[in-house]
Design a protein around this ligand. Structure first.
Ligand code: NAD
Length: 485
């Protein structure tokens, strides 16, 4: 297909037009936000087939999986947002110190202005539209840039956003040159999803305008499997989380650390799960995705030569197929452990204890490589709690993979090298809002407490009056959490 890029000279005017729309107050009313979100959702549903075809053309994404992880995921996010938006927009009343009374205090979520969303190719629909939904919900204008590496889907996304016919919503299509021009413009917030090298470019460009950024990045997310885990279930959930989208998932379990006594059992169970998902020849399965492009194919193919291939290992450059693969006998120094794999290759590493697994993860974290996700598998709550308490990550799932990001009540974001800031649901709304504090005073009485001349009596009253009302029952409840027997 011919990939049409936005002329560089059109980019600044698009931002100017979006800013004009924002400054006119178009995007602030509740009614605009709801109508725009509904229209976006309805267009997406109407064009479902076009999107599913585009995703299949870009990287052979199976229709059911594409619906679940892209269309369904985004529609669900819009519906969740619409259901909660009045609550999120409503000013949030907070307590006021006695000395400031009569008066009241509240927090108002204000739109920040003109926002920019830059997305990658691996879940091209949801990673562009879910942040766009949050930006619209928060009352902003938005410039959206899909990834050029999923060109069919990018064309559909651009067409959908253009067909909203709203001057506050614009899209830019292209690669490095167009994104560089886009980043030269002044925005009020940028949400970038992709790799940490480009994240540094985005942050540098944002610094020029003191624009806040949310960076949704990747990294090596570990799965830790205890000898007390339900091995069959753990294997199935790890295999699903790893091989969905052929491992091209930012929160896919990148590698497994398993207690030595159950290592062989886990590897066997992974083999059983892979066969139950994709049959004995995954290349013939309609449910297994292909690698997005040749450079990624060759990068991942090289990793197949690390350690011992326990399962899979086949590849086909013509169709950019890499089999669901499990590697054993891997050491920390193997290339497969030196970078985020982002493909269907799963190293399984035996450890002598959960402590060793935690140390392994923390060695990376000490260098800033805090993972985006961490998975812990055990039937013992104590073991899972120990892993969670001693190894950090952006998000975590106990006895499961991936699903923590599908709950819109949970924030989705990284920490350290895996990113900063978060979105999804209310967290997206907050990300694209300025939390403005407002204190309203009554003029009926004007206590002289704060005004000079200061007297010992005034000071005494002020010291007492500055103390915030103590919500004792709430604090007591929280304290009891930390004093569990
Ligand atoms: P990509 O190549 O599609 O790039 C992402 C975006 O950055 C694209 O829109 C691209 O045009 C733009 N870009 C590329 N080079 C640029 C440059 N020099 N200057 C300005 N913009 C540029 O995708 P990718 O980065 O390969 O994505 C994969 C990475 O993203 C992985 O590390 C993965 O873990 C991470 N990821 C994170 C999340 C998350 O939500 N945390 C989700 C998906 C992917």
């Amino acid at each position: 297909m011919e990939f049409i890029t936005t002329p560089l000279s059109d980019i600044a005017p698009k931002v100017t037009e979006a800013r004009r729309a924002f400054d006119d107050g178009r995007t602030k009313p509740y009614a605009w936000r709801v109508a725009t979100l509904e229209r976006l959702r309805d267009l997406l549903v109407e064009r479902e087939d076009r999107f599913l075809d585009a995703l299949a053309a870009d990287f052979g994404k199976p229709r059911a999986e594409a619906w679940l992880t892209e269309i369904g995921f985004t529609v669900n996010d819009v519906n969740h947002t619409l259901a909660h938006l009045p609550l999120w927009m409503k000013p949030d009343k907070v307590a006021t110190p006695v000395a400031f009374k009569p008066g009241k205090s509240y927090i108002v979520s204000e739109p920040v202005g003109v926002t920019c969303v830059i997305a990658p190719w691996n879940y091209p629909v949801q990673l562009l539209l879910v942040p766009v939904v949050a930006a619209i919900a928060a009352g902003n204008a938005v410039l959206a840039k899909p990834s050029e590496l999923a060109p069919h889907t990018a064309a559909e996304l651009v067409s959908l956003l253009d067909d909203l016919g709203d001057p506050a919503i614009a899209s830019v299509q292209g690669g490095v040159a167009e994104t560089t021009e886009l980043l030269a413009q002044r925005f009020d917030h940028i949400l970038y999803t992709g790799n940490s090298r480009v994240a540094r470019i985005v942050m540098r460009a944002a610094a020029e305008h003191l624009t806040p950024v949310t960076l949704e990045l990747g990294g090596k997310s570990p799965a830790i499997v205890s000898r007390n885990a339900n091995i069959d279930v753990a294997a199935k959930r790890i295999a699903w989380g790893k091989f969905v989208n052929a491992g091209q998932t930012c929160i896919a379990p990148d590698y497994v650390l398993v207690e030595r006594s159950v290592h062989d059992q886990l590897v066997r169970a992974l083999g059983t799960s892979i066969e139950s998902f994709y049959g004995s020849d995954p290349q013939a399965s309609p449910d297994f995705t292909r690698i997005v492009n040749e450079p990624h194919f060759h990068r991942i193919e090289k990793l197949l030569h690390n350690g011992t291939v326990a399962i899979g290992g086949q590849s086909d450059p013509d169709t950019r197929y890499i089999a669901p693969t499990v590697l054993t006998g891997i050491t920390k120094d193997d290339p497969v452990m030196g970078e985020e794999i982002f493909g269907p290759v799963l190293p399984v590493i035996a450890v002598d204890s959960l402590d060793e697994a935690i140390r392994f993860v923390n060695d990376g974290a000490a260098k800033g490589d805090k993972p985006l996700a961490l998975y812990t598998f055990s039937e013992s709550d104590d073991e899972n709690d120990t892993v969670l308490a001693n190894a950090t990550s952006g998000g975590a799932c106990v006895n499961g993979t991936l699903l923590h990001i599908s709950n819109p009540a949970l924030p989705f974001g990284g920490v350290g090298e895996s990113g900063m800031g978060a979105y999804h649901g209310k967290f997206g709304f907050d990300t694209f809002s300025h939390q403005r504090s407002v204190h309203t005073r009554s003029t009926k009485i004007d206590p002289a407490l704060m005004y000079p001349p200061y007297t010992p009596k005034k000071e005494k009253l002020l010291r007492k009056g500055m103390v915030m009302p103590d919500p004792r029952d709430v604090a007591a409840k929280a304290r009891s959490y930390f004093h569990k027997p």
